[in-house]
Each structure stands twice: as structure tokens, then as C-alpha cells.
Design a protein around this ligand. Structure first.
Ligand SMILES: [Zn+2]
Length: 289
């Protein structure tokens, strides 16, 4: 069983008008990432996995048109529509903004009416303080309802996204306040993987997802080797950050991981532990079984 815990909703349901096509040149240095996808592209990308979590990121309440997000319309309605195209495979997550007045009602709507089963937050992208009173209300409700939260962690190329809102040490304080909350720290909090490892080692229900690691091989080597030395590779969850990378190339990266170590005469990471990441039962770990 392969579970991808981090994929993004398509920007379009069906045909993508040519003037709607958006590409990014910063996420994968030297490459172009096509951010515009439709549901068929998305499901084709997910062919190699058994289950995937899909989500958008909700805008700031005041943002009409955000340069950060390629999606139009309500990201939670879209997540539910994507799930309806492959309900046995795709698990929808909501995204909410803690500073919206009706945030708790929106969580209720997403659970009861849309069938969404977790929450995606990007405090830096959404520009909210992850330690604010409003944010804590969201964590409290998520913990009570058994909704895991995937947090964007680490850097982003957008100048208006505050880095301190996505620093992994902040998650330590959230996990202390909400010990039963299931948390996924995205991207091993790149480039702060050392801090991320310290946090997931300490908290039984806090995990890291490996999405995007393959883009920077030396950083990935350090993150995985360090996680092995600290005994936390079992807290790494399989993820792609589709469409930024695909599950297929993430599997290939994990299966060929030690070629990089051998090339530079560095100590390897046990291949069985790398293979175990691919088959990790994230549904059970996050309480979604
Ligand atoms: Zn992402």
C-alpha cells in the first residue's frame, strides 16, 4: 500500500484554457513546473499510488487574487469534487484560514457536507501566526474531530510569505499544547531538516513528509542520513507535493538513494528503511483508517 500524504488539487476540472497555464521556475531550479493541471492529469500522476491526500491552500481573507495560489474558487469544494472522481482512492483535506470569522463553521461544513478528513495549513503562504489564539482554536477543533493537519514547513520562494511562520521549532510548541493532534511537517521542513528531526523525535504524533526532497540531493542526503542516526526514519511519510514532483519519481529517488552516497564515498542509509517509507501505513498513523 502506497499513500501519498501531500498532493495539490488540480487548477481545472477539465480543459485548461491556454491563457490560464501557469508555470513556476523557482521550485525546481533549472526546470519548469507546470502548476496548471486538470483532474485527468492529477489522476494519471496518482497511478503509482493506492491512496493520496488532496488539498488546496485557502487565501488570506483579504486576498482576491493571490500570486501564490494558482486556484480559482473555493479550494474545499474543489477538493470534494476531485474526490468524487475517485472516491476509493483519494482522500480530501480542507484548507481554512484561522482569521476568518466563520472558520469553525467551515470546518464543520467540510467534514459533514464535503466529507473531507484532514486540514492543510500554510501559515507562511496564508500569512497567519501559527501560535495565535485563532490558530489554536483550529488545532483544538482538529484534535477533537481527529483531523490530521499537514503544515507547510520551511522556505518558499515568495517574498511576502513570512519564514518565521513556517519554522519547524514552532511545531514543537503546537505539539506540546495539542499532544493528540496528528501533524505532518511537509518537506522535512527544508532547509531546516535538523530542527524538523528534533521535533518529530520528541512528539509521538508528529511526522515529516519527504515531498520535494529529491530536488536537492545533498540536502536530501543529509536529512535522511541524519534521520537514520537519530532513529526517526520511521516518522518519515511518503509524499510527492504533486504537481511539483510525481509519486513515481519520488519512489525512484528513494530506491536509488544510496547511489548518491556511493558516488561521494559517504555512509549509506539502510535500503530497507528507505523502502519502508514508500510503504508506510500513513492512514493508520494519522488515524484515518
Ligand atoms: Zn505542497
Amino acid at each position: 500500500m502506497i499513500v501519498d500524504v501531500h498532493t495539490h488539487i488540480p487548477t481545472h476540472m477539465d480543459t485548461i484554457p491556454s491563457d490560464d497555464i501557469k508555470e513556476d521556475t523557482q521550485m525546481r531550479p533549472g526546470e519548469r513546473v507546470r502548476l496548471s493541471t486538470n483532474v485527468d492529469d492529477y489522476l494519471a500522476g496518482m497511478e503509482t499510488v493506492d491512496t493520496a491526500f488532496v488539498f488546496g491552500i485557502r487565501r488570506r481573507p483579504t486576498d482576491e487574487d493571490s500570486p501564490v495560489f494558482p486556484w480559482k474558487g473555493d479550494v474545499n469544494d474543489t477538493a470534494a469534487k476531485v474526490v468524487s472522481r475517485a472516491p476509493d482512492k483519494i482522500i480530501g483535506f480542507m484548507s481554512v484560514h484561522p482569521d476568518e470569522a466563520d472558520v469553525l463553521q467551515e470546518i464543520e461544513r467540510c467534514v459533514d457536507q464535503l466529507g473531507l478528513r484532514g486540514i492543510k495549513l500554510g501559515p507562511n503562504y496564508q500569512d497567519f501566526d501559527p501560535k495565535s489564539e485563532n490558530a489554536f482554536k483550529v488545532y483544538d477543533r482538529a484534535q477533537a474531530l481527529g483531523l490530521p493537519i499537514v503544515f507547510h514547513q520551511g522556505t518558499s520562494p515568495y517574498p511576502q510569505s513570512p519564514l518565521r511562520y513556517a519554522h519547524p521549532l514552532v511545531m514543537d510548541e503546537i505539539a506540546m499544547a495539542f499532544p493528540e493532534l496528528r501533524v505532518v511537517m511537509a518537506h522535512i521542513a527544508h532547509p531546516w531538516h535538523v530542527d524538523c528531526i528534533a521535533v518529530i523525535r520528541k512528539h509521538p504524533h508528529v511526522y515529516a513528509d519527504v515531498s520535494g526532497a529529491l530536488i536537492r540531493p545533498l540536502q536530501a542526503y543529509n536529512a535522511f542520513r541524519l534521520a537514520y542516526e537519530w532513529g526517526v526514519l520511521h516518522k518519515f511519510l511518503f509524499a510527492s507535493d504533486f504537481p511539483v514532483t510525481t509519486p513515481a519519481e519520488t519512489i525512484e529517488f528513494l530506491q536509488n538513494f544510496n547511489e548518491f552516497a556511493r558516488q561521494y564515498h559517504m555512509p549509506e542509509v539502510p535500503t530497507d528503511e528507505l523502502e519502508a517509507i514508500i510503504h508506510r501505513d500513513s492512514l493508520s498513523l494519522l488515524g484515518l483508517k
